[in-house]
Design a protein around this ligand. Structure first.
Ligand code: URP
Ligand code: ZN
Ligand code: ZN
Length: 469
């Protein structure tokens, strides 16, 4: 493992902003100081004019994941390579229990799939069967495997959804054992009625995905999840929050001192439901759940970031190709060509999160560089039991570092991406701020447009207690 010196950079963490050199040895930050003297054999990188930030931490991805009749198109190799090019050096991915099986079996399967990861990865566990044995297995996952967070679905009836009793039992077990519960908060039962009615009436275009998932049903489920978690005494994390009503429920809970946290995603900050008016089947590219919302809700998301009721920006990277070829119908939105309810739900984002958030939050909305790092790296690392190993730059932390040019303007295009996905939600969008070099535990994996990482170069992280900030 090489020794690396990053010179002359402006180091930004969630709390610091200063000029210094960083020496990385054996994968960890060994020294931070002025004019660090080194001998021959040290790899030196000049970061003059660049920001030196902790590698991004994305705690919401679905890589190589079977979802109903579909499968996400990125393998762990392609997905984590894309992440690295986008300045993300740690991913927490969702693995799942299968119905009738132990979640430990689901984790074994995830270990095999994630062995090709190029950067460090960890797992959340999606619980599908909550019974005496699987509740016991949760303890094993937390204490033996370092899987200290679980996702529970209040949507997708018959596929992923749990009833309130199951939510409560899993939450109580998590709370008793230092784990966090992540919830997909939408009222799945009501939404299913609306979906069935729309399909029966012949309303089958992608726009009806959005029209059948009203924001008040996200608000209702968010409120319910918070109340149940309150009784269960577990920290709660609302994933992919998109609606003003849901944010109001989070704010109300936080104001009462409840341990509720929430993330939003770049697509809710930068896009609106106008995308569903695109011609032909193009709107299918934007079929993710929850759907894109109106400007009113988008404004609420920005407000939530300001008040810190939204603490994290994750991608919910869940890539299904638009075209059927070359990977096949299983990996494609075309499954729903005649019926929006059959379009695989999910969209890509891993490769563009940092530049988009930098451009939107810092350049456009005037947020501080510290807040940018906090939202994309430090807080997710803290909430999910990885801090300070991940999420900051300090003596002893992993050498996960991004050299970022705050001035370069460039245009997002899927043609230049490293993910296997064949489109970008942000095609043609100009952004200011670009990832130049990426180090994963001291190894230079991205150098401009050159890939220097390798499949299997990532480590699987066992996490400590989640939900503590
Ligand atoms: O549309 C989405 N978000 N797909 C991934 C599954 C989920 O609900 O996170
Ligand atoms: Zn979800
Ligand atoms: Zn998701």
């Amino acid at each position: 493992m090489s020794t690396v010196l990053i010179k002359n950079g402006r180091i930004i963490t969630a709390v610091d902003d200063y000029q210094a050199d960083i020496l990385i040895e054996d994968g960890r930050v060994r020294t931070i100081g002025k004019d660090i003297a080194v001998g021959d054999g040290v790899e030196v990188h000049d970061a003059a004019g660049l920001l030196v930030i902790p590698g991004g931490v994305d705690v919401h991805t679905h890589l190589d994941w079977e979802f109903g009749s579909a499968r996400t198109v990125d393998t762990f190799e392609t997905g984590t390579m894309a992440a690295a090019f986008g300045g993300t050096t740690t991913v927490v991915d969702f693995c799942n229990q299968n119905h009738g099986e132990s979640p430990l079996v689901g984790l074994e399967d995830w270990y095999q799939r994630s062995a090709s990861a190029c950067i460090d990865v960890a797992a959340h566990m999606i619980m599908l069967d909550v019974n005496d044995q699987s509740l016991e297995d949760m303890k094993t996952l937390i204490h033996r495997e370092g899987v200290s967070s679980f996702k529970l679905f209040m949507a997708y009836p018959g596929v992923l959804m749990l009833d309130d009793g199951a939510l409560f039992k899993a939450m109580r077990m998590a709370g008793d054992n230092g784990a966090m519960i992540c919830v997909h908060a939408e009222n799945g039962g009501v939404i299913q009625v609306l979906v069935d009615e729309a399909v029966a009436a012949g309303n089958r275009s992608p726009k009806f995905h959005s029209l059948t998932r009203p924001t008040i049903m996200e608000g209702e489920a968010t409120h319910r999840a918070i109340r149940i978690s309150e009784l269960a005494e577990t920290p709660l994390y609302i994933v992919h929050l998109s609606a003003a009503e849901a944010l109001a429920a989070v704010t109300e809970g936080r104001d009462r001192g409840i341990a509720v946290h929430a993330e939003t995603c770049p697509h809710y900050l930068f896009l609106t439901d106008e995308e569903y008016d695109r011609p032909e089947f193009e709107g299918a590219k934007y079929v993710m759940t929850p759907p894109l919302r109106t400007h009113h809700h988008q404004e609420a998301m920005w407000r939530g970031l300001k008040t810190n009721d939204l603490q994290v920006i994750s991608t919910d990277h869940c890539p299904f190709c638009f075209a059927e070829q070359p990977y096949g119908l299983k990996f494609s939105k075309q499954q729903g060509a005649d019926d929006f309810s059959k379009i695989p739900n999910g969209a890509p984002g891993l490769e563009t999160r940092l530049p988009l958030v930098f451009d939107g939050c810092v350049n456009d909305k005037g947020m501080s560089l510290n807040r940018f790092v906090e939202l994309t790296s430090t807080t997710p690392a803290k909430l999910f039991g990885m801090f300070p190993k991940k999420g900051t730059i300090a003596v002893g932390t992993d050498g996960d570092i991004v050299l970022f040019d705050p001035d370069e303007t460039w245009t997002i295009t899927a043609a230049e991406h490293h993910s296997r996905i064949d489109y970008s939600l942000f095609e043609g969008r100009a952004v200011q701020g670009r990832v130049k070099k990426v180090f994963s535990r001291g190894n230079l994996v991205v150098d401009g447009t050159n890939w220097l990482g390798r499949a299997g170069g990532g480590e699987i992280l066992k996490r400590s207690t989640s939900g503590v900030i």
